[in-house]
Design a protein around this ligand. Sequence first.
Ligand SMILES: *Cc1c(COP(=O)(O)O)cnc(C)c1O
Length: 407
Amino acid sequence: MSRELDQEFLLDARALEHAVALMGQTFVAGDAVSLGATLPETGMGSLATLDQLAPVVLGQAARLGSPVAFAHKDPPTPWVTWATTLWNASLNQNLLHPATAPVARALEEKVIAWLSPYFGMTGGHMTPGSSAANLTALWAARECAGVTEVVASDSAHLSIKKSAHILGLRFTMIPTDARGVLSVEALPKDMTRTALVLTSGTTSVGALDPLSLIGLAAWTHVDAAWGGPLRMTRYADRLAGIERADSVAVSSHKWLFQPKESALVFFRDAVNSTEAISFGGAYLTEPNVGLLGSHGATAIPLLAMLMSWGRAGVALRIERCMDLAEQLAEYISNEARLELFALPTTGIVVWRARSQPVFERLIKGLPGGMTSTVTIGQDKWLRNTAANPNADMSLMIETIRKVLDEA
Ligand SMILES: *Cc1c(COP(=O)(O)O)cnc(C)c1O
């Protein structure tokens, strides 16, 4: 007795072509899907669903690749990652079990093997973000080095404090200097039971904590969520010394242009670190490593981009971002009405107007997605983050100039 297959689970190339065509369409503001208050009893069908959702999901989304998108650490993504993400969704491999991901596990190992050397690490695995990567690394620190305390600067990412809380470790916050760098003289004298966290590219101002401090504590973790990929560029020296860290976190969904959720945790002693955070289970043929149970093949879009661009192609895009940040910083330093916080070292430009009324006008007048704001001490500043290689700096400077001249 043969039964007809459920077409919803089969490849429908024409329907997918339609989905792709919708991605190139422009939608008018106000196009909206009317979603009822309760789950519909009868579905509308997949093609109709795409047509209904497109004006909202595609039409109303933030456009991270727009010519003025320069506000956050969220990059546009290259199309090869869209295609491979579609493959991933269709295959739905589960990396927890070798049987349900025979090649995907090997491909993640390949990505880790390709990227670890840039950080002097011997291995690691992917996580859904650097918040999870930081937690994983500090978990390994607790298991391998017996740490009881996490020390980080007041500019460390909130996931560090959160991780200490989850892991039952004391959290000690160290002040930063005027440029947002961890103040070395404020470090505890005894760090024999401490995991020291150094940030390479702080969230607010992109500062680089001194990596010369690696080795002073029982474990040193480098949160290179943002700045890490500079290791693949001509700016690699800005993170010199990172190879001596015990662990490193890098968000590939930031400066490696990956769709979320994509990040990496690396260990210098990957064998022991990984073993310390692995659990076996009756239903598992291989131990479960790290925080996640079932998880997908986020390595595949990353691998595809690395194959497509090579190291040089990755560097080219990041270096372009760095150039854009430098152009913006130069304009700001030469504009008498504006003040630059510091020269950007990791593509993050922090600035403000010298007068309060002009500052307010900038905050109101600049287009959404072009700048964000950040509070440093008691003061509010504007912040640009160079994650978009297609940003148009002349257009952005022109836009700022217009708002300045509006008075
Ligand atoms: C973004 C960021 C994080 C958190 O990473 P997610 O990938 O957003 O979870 C941690 N630390 C720093 C320095 C970051 O920039």
